[in-house]
Design a protein around this ligand. Sequence first.
Ligand code: F3S
Length: 415
Amino acid sequence: MGGEEGPARQKAMELLVRYGEALGAEKLVDTNNVCGGISNDPFTRKYAAEAEDFDAVFSEFNLDSSVRVAIPRVKAFTSHLITGMDPEHWQIQGVEPAAYEYNQRREAFCSRIGIQCINTCTPYLVGNVPVKGEHCAWMESSAVVYCNSVLGARTNTEGTESVGASMLVGKTPYWGYHLDENRLGTHLVHVDTDVSSVMDWGLLGYYVGEVVQEQIPVLDGICGIPNISRLKHCGAAAASSGGVEMYHIVGVTPEANSLDEAFGGRTPEYRLDYGRAERKKAYDMLTTATDPEVDFVVLGCPHYSIEQLWEVCRLLEGKRVHSNTSLWIFTPKPLKDHADRQGYTKIITDAGGVLMTDTCPAIGRVHPKGAKVVATDSAKQAHYLPPIMGFETWFGSQADCIQAAISGKWKGELK
Ligand code: F3S
């Protein structure tokens, strides 16, 4: 592509060629599915406050160009990932007015260039569901591992600049998880304990990620078929403790109809067992709290599905959140709209909780003032909240967390 499509697309193409060459990619491949966006971090906000307009911000941070170029509409279908705040609840979240105003400008710009402002780490829950074999360019580790493993679509873990370029030209470097040979299993994980609840799946993913790091585990021996909630929690956990971008479950995920298919006929490089002792190790790694007084309960990482909202409302209906505890639940905005219609938002609000969208505590760094001890059903949130926010963390089931929200005390599993 020369300059005939304008300077922004030319810069995007130059960036992708440079990036592809550095990676050793043999070519660029077409994509019509990009997930990324414009950052909300303080550095970008400061730049935006002094910049001429958002074209300049996009040029600098999404195209690696200190020269401002006019940004045209995106060529590839593009979904925005989470942002730094919920535009309805930013004040409860402790967000400064200047950051809120930046967010409004950012969103107006994204809409203008055709980015879908679904603002979630679970685009696959709200209409962005690539098909098996489809080449994508996604950021966000929990979304990437879901895309590769559960949907059988193909993406590497992209960055702000590469997705910025990909959305403008509809191409991404052809390397890594786009190639058949890089999608085969490396580690055989024999599961010989019951893995049924969402919590079980989070623990399994967390343990396996810690062991395999950036390689590809193949889970075998699991009874039953896990649903979306379980798979998204498993992948998010494995991508947190390790850098897992793809996993297989024999008989469940699309590229693992058999053990042989998952390994491409090769012998596994490593074998490991996952039993009760390994589950306990994962639990102990995730639970850092000792204080039973819980002042913050976080649900919805990765963002909750409508099924999880339905489940949480069954536990919460007619109950009251403890006066010393905040309950925040996160879901994509289109599902919040459905929850409003279905009466779920009212159930949560009547109980004293808040249903939020567009962000999460670990990434948005939003939290109730003074919170110190958090309970969560998310291994990913439990992994990141202590180092990022300094919280002590209890990890447990959704029911344990709701119990903690109501009583103000942790009564779930203990170390
Ligand atoms: Fe999503 Fe935030 Fe968790 S981005 S996966 S809710 S850490």
